[in-house]
Design a protein around this ligand. Sequence first.
Ligand code: UDP
Ligand code: MG
Length: 310
Amino acid sequence: MKNMSVVIPAYNEEKSICRVAETINEVLNKENIPFDIVFVNDGSKDSTWQEICKLSKEKSYVNGVCFSRNFGKESAIFAGLQYAKGDCVVVMDADLQHPPEILIQMYNLWLQGYEVIEGIKSSRGKESLIYKLGAKSFYKIISSATGINMSTSSDFKLMDRKVINTIIELPERHMFFRAISSWVGYKATSVEFEVQERFEGKSKWSFLSLVKYAIRNITSFSTAPMQIVTGCGIIFFFFAIIIGVRAIYQYIVGSALGGFTTVILLLLIIGAVTMLSLGIIGYYISKIYEEVKRRPRYIISKTAGEKTEK
Ligand code: UDP
Ligand code: MG
């Protein structure tokens, strides 16, 4: 029978580790699906790593890798994919917001020959209005840039070994996992799931970290912001021509004075657009800089369990 690896990124999840492992064990054991779990401790400040170590000694299916510091969820997922040994790999959250029962549906679809099985949120769960609005515009930009409908997508997905091997070969440092699984292609399908309440603790995302996440992922997946800048440039160029012609005309007919408001407004608008454009271009350059440094995506300080020995 084919083996499933479950990759779980965990940041300050000490209370959830045991519970999530047990629930997965219960669900998959009932169906006799052979599996193992790879926890990736993303530099937690609580005793998440101690929990993982303890569990890995008790249960042979539990493995763990520990980052030297917090590298972010995307890096944790990536490390998990690199360490996972299964014929198929599922990524899910530690907080049980992704219901483990769905794993069986995913596994069966995989047996039918699908290579990527996306978990689609049937509703977006309980989120604040501002979060919903932000998420909506973020996914709109991403969707138009990538041609992939992402509004209900999540990091909860199953991938075949082939797909995993393709993804871990990709050289970029900043990977937007949610979009990359559809970017690589392969035979894909999806299953719907209801987002559950967080099992314990609270979400690790602050408003600022979400904004950063959005900007980072939009720029790592598309150059649309730079094209918008070019568009603005073209529009302003036409305005400049019109106003320039008018100014020359006024000079010739001798009514050149006045128009102070126009000057101030133009100065402000052009100044703002220039600064914004420089900012966007600068952001892309800083990303190029980060990529060319070729630093590792993460640093592992410790591992636990049999399957994580390389
Ligand atoms: N997570 C992580 N590193 C981080 C932040 C989060 O590995 O820097 C993990 C976290 O432990 C959880 C998953 O990513 O397993 C989703 O995080 P969270 O529940 O905070 O996000 P939300 O469900 O609110 O999107
Ligand atoms: Mg969560």
